[in-house]
Design a protein around this ligand. Structure first.
Ligand code: URP
Ligand code: ZN
Ligand code: ZN
Ligand code: ZN
Length: 484
């Protein structure tokens, strides 16, 4: 069997940094130590050997707001690998009335082109017997996390009764509940008001979704999850109000995780006040970019551990698609790109500034989510037996981000002109060198689906809900007393 040895680098994991060679055979790590030899030698001198990034939040070729997100599993995973991300977790989005496994099959049909490994979350976009049944099939098929949209009223939004029912089902199945936390009713009201008052430009998108709508929904989701006895992962946490709710829940012993995006960490709301309509519209996403105080809160959360994973929510639309919303901001397809830039931007603004250690960088880009999603140690680890999804990370390598040289198929980049320092020298996907110094050697279809096992014991044991369900006095009506 052909072997590859990565020599002369420093292994950096979420726990440790140490000098060692890493031997790769058959797609997995077979030895870590000094003086290893192999058929192919990759020079890692001056570099860190880190577990490849895992992006837990992508939307590739997703039908959304009257169109499809522009990056598919081929271009999206190529962009991921170029930037040191070796696995993506994409959202299966069933249509109204569609069965979950039907939708999963549609995703499998698209993901056959992936260049790197991938997994799925299942979105709960409507509620009924068929969904309830399908959730068990989903778990059996290795799709154990379920995302709920509390926003996008009239389209994807689920109401509280549905949320509670679905969360309980997820808990019973040993899965992970996830939420897009924005109060969709309030967003709809604010959107209608802004449009009626003649505010139709992209900046009104931000006004329609203030931090309060996110803070309220995050609190609500946490409380509903607690009553349902299910762990909760809050996607794209963008503001202090939501972060505060997550912090407080964690402090109370609840299994709640928050996921800031690289865009919210590095770009602020002034982007929406750019007089160039295209510039502003290209940055329209939900939740919107916030002010610098919210950014500081997110960075503090990463440092303190109250926020756990940095993602992209990669949902890229071309300028032409964004222009569907000329004259009505609510028709601008929501979403931004970032797959290729997540690691270099986080290294530049996190590690190079001293906010994060290299070990913390590995934790928030790979290891933490691998543990939360039950992918660890197959993914997210530099350990013997782990998949050789590795990045030889060169902290001295620099570039200026530009749409002209990106892998994504859209015509712009929200980080255009930003200088980054810290880039992959080599990216390996299950042992295969797919990127060498910016040169792409990806192989369409090399990526494989990674199923995940449920964790019922972890769910039940770790929710504070257990204590709240201890036997209580029974009211005369025969109904257990509520309140504590
Ligand atoms: O604006 C966003 N975030 N678009 C993608 C879909 C979602 O809400 O995550
Ligand atoms: Zn979302
Ligand atoms: Zn998303
Ligand atoms: Zn292959």
């Amino acid at each position: 069997m052909a072997s590859t040895v990565i020599k002369g680098g420093t292994v950096v994991t979420a726990d440790l940094s140490y000098e060692a060679d890493v031997l790769v055979e058959g797609g997995v790590i077979t030895a870590i130590g000094a003086g290893l030899t192999g058929d192919t030698v990759l020079d890692a001198s001056g570099c860190y050997i880190i577990p490849g990034g895992i992006d837990p939040h992508t939307h590739l070729e997703m039908p959304f707001m009257g169109t499809y997100s522009a990056d598919d599993f081929e271009s999206g995973t190529r962009a991921a690998l170029a930037g040191g991300t070796t696995m993506v977790v994409d959202f299966v989005l069933p249509g109204q009335g569609q069965g979950l496994m039907d939708a999963a099959q549609m995703w499998h049909n698209k993901s056959g082109r992936a260049n790197c490994d991938y997994s799925y979350h299942m979105a709960i976009t409507w509620w009924g017997e068929k969904v309830w049944e399908g959730m068990e099939d989903s778990v059996k098929a290795g799709i154990t996390s379920f995302k709920h949209f509390m926003a996008y009223k009239g389209a994807l939004m689920v109401n509280d009764d549905e949320l509670f029912a679905s969360f309980r089902r997820v808990g019973d199945l040993g899965g992970l509940a996830m939420v897009h936390a924005e109060n969709g009713d309030v967003v709809a009201e604010l959107t209608a008001k802004l449009l009626a008052e003649g505010n139709s430009g992209p900046e009104a998108h931000a006004y329609s979704r203030p931090p309060q709508v996110e803070g309220e929904a995050t609190n609500r989701a946490i409380m509903i999850a607690d009553m349902a006895g299910v762990p909760l992962y809050v996607v794209h946490t963008s503001c202090e109000e939501a972060h505060e709710a997550i912090r407080r829940a964690r402090q109370a012993g609840k299994r709640v995780w928050g996921e800031p995006l690289i865009q919210h960490l590095t770009l602020d709301e002034s982007e929406y006040f750019n007089p160039d309509w295209d510039h502003a519209a290209r940055r329209v996403m939900s939740p919107p970019f916030r002010n610098k105080a919210h950014q500081a809160s997110l960075w503090a959360g990463l440092q303190a551990g109250s926020l756990s994973c940095v993602a992209t929510d990669h949902c890229a639309f071309t300028t032409e698609q964004k222009r569907f919303g000329v004259g009505d901001f609510s028709k601008i397809p929501n979403g931004t790109g970032g797959l290729e830039d997540r690691l270099p931007m986080l290294w530049t603004h996190g590690v190079n500034t001293g906010r994060l250690t290299p070990n913390e960088f590995v934790a928030v880009t790979s290891t933490n989510i691998a543990k939360i999603l039950n992918l660890y140690p197959k993914k997210g680890a530099v350990l013997v037996g782990a998949d050789a999804d590795l990045v030889v990370w060169d902290p001295a390598k620099e570039k200026v981000i530009s749409a002209g040289s990106q892998q994504s198929s859209i015509d712009y980049n929200v980080f255009e002109g930003q200088a980054v320092k810290g880039l992959p020298r080599f990216t390996l996907s299950r042992g295969k060198v797919v990127v060498h110094d910016g040169e792409m050697r990806t192989e369409e279809g090399h990526g494989q689906f990674v199923g995940r096992a449920p964790r019922p014991a972890v769910n039940r044991a770790l929710s504070a809900w257990k204590e709240l369900t201890a036997p209580r006095p029974v009211q005369r009506s025969g109904v257990p007393a509520t309140g504590v």
